[in-house]
Ligand binder design. Structure first.
Ligand code: ZN
Ligand code: ZN
Length: 178
């Protein structure tokens, strides 16, 4: 593809999207005329809205195989996390300020790990579906923690620390997968 030499400026034409606006700017990718109202800045230069969309969409478009791999990645990390939770912070039904503070760190760490695993397993997918997978994985980790610790469900449902870990985990994971 030959680009026009700098000595020959682009002709001034009406923007196809805004016929009232004259412009000499063109999309760096498809060379459609664009004006300051519709141009989109990208790392590679200015783009028309269509080309900017094309560049942005792939991480939000996904097939069943991406979702299946994301679920596998999330579960692979959630199970050991649940095991770790049962080991170092089993549900007791009591919660101190210190434990809730600790839950902030554990939850944020767990959410970050789950999000990272999902991103890698799915090949960099993001968006509401991936956040849903992360939420499911963190709830699964909570279940594993309860079962492995041998705590009764009556204790588990009163365990504020557990809910705090899951809550902070969901916040951290959705922040990364947004
Ligand atoms: Zn374009
Ligand atoms: Zn325009």
């Amino acid at each position: 593809m030959t680009s026009p030499s700098p000595s020959v400026p682009s002709p001034i034409v009406a923007c196809p999207r805004h016929p009232a606006v004259e412009t000499a700017l063109t999309c760096g990718r498809c060379e459609t005329p664009i004006c300051p109202q519709c141009m989109v800045h990208s790392p590679g230069g200015i783009r028309c809205p269509d080309c900017a969309q094309m560049k942005r969409l792939p991480m939000y478009t996904m097939g069943f195989s991406h979702i299946a791999r994301a679920v596998a990645g999330g579960v692979a990390v959630a199970l050991p996390l649940g095991f770790l939770g049962a080991l170092i912070l089993p549900p007791t039904g009591r919660s101190s300020f210190f434990m809730l503070f600790f839950a902030l760190f554990m939850g944020t760490g767990a959410g970050t790990l789950v999000a990272e695993a999902i991103t890698r397993a799915s090949g960099g997918k993001r968006g509401p579906v991936m956040i849903g997978v992360a939420v499911a994985a963190l709830i699964a980790a909570w279940g594993v923690r309860v079962v492995l610790s041998g705590a009764s469900w009556e204790v588990a449902v009163r365990d504020l620390v557990g809910f705090a870990i899951v809550g902070f985990g969901i916040a951290a994971a959705s922040n990364r997968l947004r």
